[in-house]
Design a protein around this ligand. Structure first.
Ligand code: UTP
Ligand code: MG
Length: 504
């Protein structure tokens, strides 16, 4: 037996009547209501049946969509699906103001013999397209411009904490995955409000997406919260917060039951010179270095360099070059425009600083880079072999006041309370020959992830090896020289990204 719906359709077909035949319908009873039934998912025959029913009841039901439609009725479609169907029909025209309704509104209206009031349950749920931007970003962080303006700090802080936890657990791969995911979110022009916006974005693995989704839905991630509370994580943070203490040492201490600074001091552990200095200046070194403090230290380093080798140049590198307002240390790159003049410079700079009482600690490593030896075989490693001085500066109140124009910081108030007129600051000095200067400048400006991605890009996409010393083209079998960062980006086939946009 033919079902009722079909029989009606068949009968209308048999009499030559079709849904499009508007001459044949009853006069419109409701001139303000112009209906359109979407065939998508409803099917052609059910649509024809429902349309005809509507016309018989005095409704104006149109066959095709146009601007005059006031009510769009559909079955089993979401508001977004209906909207995108409409958008595909009216390309370039302004958005329809028609009601997007579920078929239940239509059947209830048929039953009532008039258009029933539109209730919330009749309306198709739609996410406002103006609010939900769908983002697109290139895969490699070195192809993106990442400023310090982060619209997704809540999400990136959470992912960075998980990255830190992975790194502290010696799980580098997992750490990098979280860092890459955080870097993608840092590059977005707007806050993410819904996970649907993340479709098609690179570097967002299942784990990162899970964390993001949970935060968007609940305001926080259970994994992040439990990590923060974990005794092991807290102990690793405190112990690796000591200058000179790495993950392996901290891990060994934790296994020996040492979880905090007091327990370390009470223990019989032997500390090396760096760790002793790190413990002694723990509070200071864990206070962020401010921009005015970095500028004060820059003046001191410039004076030292000028005094021992006129003509030598000092560049502020690291996070402060990228425009950061605070840092965990201050990094400088020193060179001389004449190749070879930089040889022997570091010990003299260090001696000058020591003679002026600026150093609380220093350890200098000699330059061990030799192109012929270290050359293309290893330059993709991020370990570089410049002459380098890891130091702790003693920055006095006086120097801070002469250089600072900013308001006194909380740190200084605390120091005054303790009657201490100086603070300890971590400073890194690096010396490079002028022939490697552009590579050193690029390699030491960071961020760490940006550097990692540059090296990955060079290897994967260009078959080149990039280090802070050189760029080697594996296909051509030769070094590519450069005297500026711009030239290195050009060699790598990348658009130049200025330091302030390397905050990946
Ligand atoms: P930092 O660790 O100082 O980071 O390294 P940062 O970006 O300045 O951030 P904060 O504010 O101090 O925490 C600066 C750059 O030096 C490179 C890193 O890759 C980073 O890009 N670097 C650091 C090296 O190339 N080799 C090293 O041994 C250390
Ligand atoms: Mg730094």
């Amino acid at each position: 037996m033919v079902p009722l719906k079909r029989r009606k359709l068949v009968s209308s077909a048999a009499t030559g009547r079709t849904g499009t035949d508007s001459n044949d319908k009853a006069p419109t009873k409701f001139p303000l209501v112009v209906l359109f039934l979407l065939e998508r998912k409803m099917g052609a025959s059910r649509r024809a049946f429902l349309s005809q029913l509507g016309r018989q009841k005095g409704f104006q039901v149109e066959e095709s969509f146009s601007e005059s439609i006031t009510h769009v009725v559909s079955e089993n479609n979401s508001g977004d699906e209906v909207q995108s169907w409409i958008d595909s029909q009216v390309k370039g025209q302004r958005r329809t103001s028609a009601h997007l309704l579920d078929v239940s509104w239509y059947t209830e209206s048929m039953r009532a013999g008039l258009p029933v009031q539109i209730l919330d349950r009749h309306k198709l749920q739609q996410v406002d397209a103006a609010e939900v931007a769908v983002f697109s970003v290139p895969s490699f962080a070195c192809q993106r411009r990442t400023t310090l303006e982060n619209h997704n700090a809540v999400l990136t802080d959470a992912l960075s904490l998980l990255a830190e936890n992975a790194e502290l657990s010696d799980e580098e791969g997992r750490g990098v995955a979280f860092r890459r995911a955080a870097a993608v979110l840092k590059a977005l022009p707007e806050p993410v409000t819904d996970t649907t916006q993340l479709r098609g974005l690179p570097c967002l693995g299942a784990h990162s997406l899970r964390v993001i989704k949970e935060i968007l839905e609940n305001g926080e991630s259970s994994e992040v919260e439990s990590t923060k509370q974990s005794e092991r994580f807290k102990a690793l943070k405190v112990l690796t917060g000591i200058f000179g203490v790495g993950v392996k040492t901290a891990d060994r201490w934790i296994r020996d039951g040492i979880l905090d600074l007091q327990q370390l001091q009470d223990s019989q552990q032997t500390l090396n010179r760096a760790q002793q200095a790190g413990l002694e200046h723990y509070e200071d070194l864990n206070q962020p270095v401010s921009r005015p403090e970095a500028d004060s230290i820059a003046s001191i380093v410039e004076e030292a360099v000028r005094s021992v080798l006129p003509g030598a140049q000092v560049s502020l590198i690291g996070g402060f070059r990228r425009g950061k307002q605070t840092g965990h240390d201050v990094d400088f790159l020193i060179t001389h425009p004449e190749e070879g003049r930089e040889v022997g410079l570091m010990p003299r700079v260090v001696a000058w600083l020591e003679s002026q009482g600026f150093l609380l600690y220093q350890k200098t490593s000699r330059n061990s880079y030799l192109e012929s030896k270290d050359g293309p075989a290893r330059p993709s490693s991020n370990m570089d072999r410049f002459e380098r001085c890891l130091s702790i500066f003693k920055l006095s109140e006086e120097q801070q006041h002469t250089e600072n124009t900013a308001e006194p910081s909380q740190v200084k108030d605390e120091e005054l309370d303790q009657n201490k007129s100086w603070r300890a600051v971590r400073v890194d000095l690096v010396v490079s020959p002028i022939s490697q200067f552009a590579f050193a400048l690029l390699g030491w400006t960071g961020s760490k992830l940006f550097e990692r991605e540059l090296r990955r890009w060079a290897g994967h996409e260009k078959s080149m090896s990039l280090s802070s010393h050189a760029l080697y083209d594996n296909k051509q079998g030769k070094y590519l020289r450069a005297t500026s960062e711009e030239e290195i980006f050009a060699h790598l086939g990348l658009e130049f990204i200025p330091p302030s946009e390397r905050n990946a």
